[in-house]
Design a protein around this ligand. Structure first.
Ligand code: FNR
Length: 336
């Protein structure tokens, strides 16, 4: 049996050696409140590359200081962040992996003392009141994503992922649950998409590599966007040149989510089939056979693993053994 999980995958000019992706996961461990890389990140990401992960998506990294979730988030809002991020991509590349970075702005979910911004002056329940972003602020955000893309390129990243999920700023604009605007950025589904559309266009002026977009394709609220709406948005993302939709769910508003193995795979499967775009599946994917099933049955093009790779950075070695796949290992480990 030839393993799909260990088959290469090419997007634009980037070839991943396998379909295993480390999902973006905030470490809240920047060296200081300056958003810079420290030893934690050097060890954390390099270890997963040594462990055979094909693509490592570096955690949500703030394009503006007020777009951080916490004061210890990684940042990419200034040129001073480039050198540290370059160390991370060098380490990943040295060990045969490819590197992506998730560009993010937390909007009303920023847990900071200063002013925070959102499409509407409507707080996430239990959190502080955001200011409504005016046109100037929207310009600032779009420009910040574009500058972040330039810095990501200089830092040697292979892929950019835009964080359009989990109730952060882009998701807040997309969702009627957080966006009550009556201008060109609110109201209709097209208007709510406008910020994301402008961000993609601005990123493309600095970046010609692959672009992924992570979405929350189930908002778990009858007044929120439906999966059908996300299928429609995915068609638009495809026409804008986006390469892959990373299909997550929730966190726009508090909701009770039923969690079980592969609980978000149906979102990936439907978007892939109905929007005709490559997808990533994520959410409680923990075994090799499960990953192989998802890929073999064309429910996703890539599998993203989060917590499983926190527990076991060498997951890929066991998966290869289980699936009978021959893979390159660090020579120091022999055939372990
Ligand atoms: C996350 N997740 C997440 N998602 C995201 O888009 N950007 C991020 O920075 C983070 N940060 C983060 C930190 C930690 C510690 C965890 C556990 C999770 C969500 C993550 O990418 C993934 O979608 C979920 O964890 C579900 O996948 P698993 O963990 O079941 O494989």
């Amino acid at each position: 049996m030839s393993s799909k999980l260990f088959s290469p995958y090419t997007i634009k000019k980037v070839t991943l050696k396998n379909r295993i992706v480390m999902a973006p996961m905030c470490m809240y461990s920047a060296s200081n409140e300056d958003g810079k890389i420290g030893d934690w990140h050097r060890i954390h990401y390099a270890t997963r590359a040594v462990g055979g992960v094909g693509l490592i998506v570096v955690e949500a990294t703030a394009v503006l200081p007020e777009g951080r979730i916490s004061y210890r988030d990684l940042g990419i809002w200034s040129d001073e962040h480039i050198a540290g991020l370059k160390e991370i991509t060098d380490l990943i590349h040295q060990h045969g992996g490819k590197a992506a970075i998730q560009l993010a702005h937390a909007g009303r979910k920023a847990e900071l003392n200063e002013d925070v911004f959102a499409p509407s002056a409507l707080p996430f329940p239990g959190m502080k009141n955001p200011l409504e972003a005016d046109e100037n602020y929207i310009r600032r955000v779009v420009e910040a994503f574009s500058q972040a893309a330039r810095r990501a390129k200089e830092a040697g990243f292979d892929i950019i992922e835009l964080h359009g999920a989990h109730g952060y700023l882009i998701n807040q604009f997309l969702s009627p649950l957080a966006n009550r605007r009556q201008d060109a950025y609110g109201g209709t589904a097209d208007n709510r998409y406008r910020l994301l559309g402008e961000i993609i266009d601005a990123v493309k002026t600095e970046w010609d590599g692959p672009i992924f977009v992570r979405v929350s394709a189930n908002e778990y609220d009858e007044n929120g966007n439906s999966l059908e709406q996300y299928i429609e948005y995915s068609r638009t993302l495809k026409t804008q040149g986006v390469d892959l939709i990373d299909c997550s769910s929730g966190a726009v508003v508090p909701a009770k989510i039923d969690i079980y193995p592969g609980y978000q795979i149906n979102l990936s499967e439907r978007i892939r089939r109905e929007a005709g775009i490559a997808t990533g599946a994520v959410g409680l994917i923990t075994s090799a056979v499960q990953a192989e099933e998802i890929l073999g049955n064309e429910r996703a093009d890539l599998v993203f693993l989060g917590r499983e790779l926190l527990r076991n950075p060498y997951w890929a070695f066991n998966a290869a053994k289980e699936l009978g796949a021959e893979i390159d290992r660090p020579q120091q480990y022999g055939r372990a």
